[in-house]
Design a protein around this ligand. Structure first.
Ligand code: RTP
Length: 155
């Protein structure tokens, strides 16, 4: 059966420089894979400070904005787009609360991080931001549409 790939929801997920440096790429990618979500784009990039400021533009007024943008642009970031039913909201659930000291065990931040300034991963917080962030980080041709054999067992 053809799975409704066209209208499937997509979210932007990034492993921040701390997660990359700590060797957590495979651990994090595998959690999204095993859940049943589909990877449709992935690349390793070192964002410029200006790019980081664009990504976090909503937080411009926050006291930690400058440090946050410095940090995001301090090294390689693994940028990804994941697709699946409910992936925006449930992806945030897999990630856990912003502050790892409050994230539940079993979540990515709960299991793998300690402080809010080094919380290893970012995930879009809603459909609008997902759309904007995917467009900011990826060109349309970098998003790969394909049918995986597992889909008929997931949906
Ligand atoms: P993210 O966008 O990275 O998934 O995080 P979030 O929505 O859970 O949290 P948000 O409030 O949007 O904050 C974005 C990132 O800013 C850093 N942060 N630092 N008090 C602090 O020092 C502080 N608060 C937030 C975190 O890296 C957070 O992920």
């Amino acid at each position: 059966q053809e799975v409704h790939a066209a209208e499937m929801e997509r979210t932007f997920i990034a492993i921040k420089p701390d997660g990359v440096q700590r060797g957590l790429i495979s651990e994090i990618v595998s959690r999204f894979e095993r859940k049943g979500y589909k990877l449709v784009a992935i690349k390793l990039v070192v964002p410029s400070k200006q790019f980081a400021e664009k990504h976090y533009h909503d937080l411009k007024e926050r006291p930690f904005f400058n440090g946050l943008c410095d940090f995001l642009s301090s090294g390689p970031v693994l940028a990804m787009v994941w697709e699946g039913e409910g992936v925006i909201k449930y992806g945030r659930k897999l990630i856990g609360a912003t502050d790892p000291s409050k994230s539940e065990p079993g979540t990515i931040r709960g299991d793998l991080a300690v402080v809010v300034g080094r919380n290893i991963i970012h995930g879009s917080d809603g459909p609008e931001t997902a759309k904007d962030e995917i467009a900011l980080w990826f060109q349309p041709k970098e998003l790969v549409s394909y049918t995986s054999n597992e889909e008929k067992w997931i949906y």
